[in-house]
Write a protein that binds this ligand. Sequence first.
Ligand SMILES: [Mg+2]
Length: 130
Amino acid sequence: MDWKTCFTGKKILVAEDDPLGRELMRDILGLMNCSVQFAEDGNQVIEMYQKEPFDLIFMDIRMPNKDGISATKEIRAAEKDGKRVPIIALTASILDEDKKNCVKVGVDDFISKPILLDELRQKMAKYLVK
Ligand SMILES: [Mg+2]
């Protein structure tokens, strides 16, 4: 698979409160020619999600104001017409209990931090390449 072209133009929303984490995702997703936007907390994610559709959301679980679990829950509740945006949680370390809660609110998948390029590409392909 040609990673430089298969994600070209995909609209990705990255929710991440850590500036370095955002920078890293900007660099990686930029190399993949994705169209990337950033949210710094759960409230911003909801705001941006309501404005326009995205092909994929990367959701940091631990964020101020509104965490990734609450934000995912709200997005799933707002979805209609059978549309469902893939949500991949970004997690530094996750307990089984947290993971269960993520799945319960509608998180589709997980990527552990520090982010490994191969894992990221594989998960993106799973949800973005038909
Ligand atoms: Mg965080």
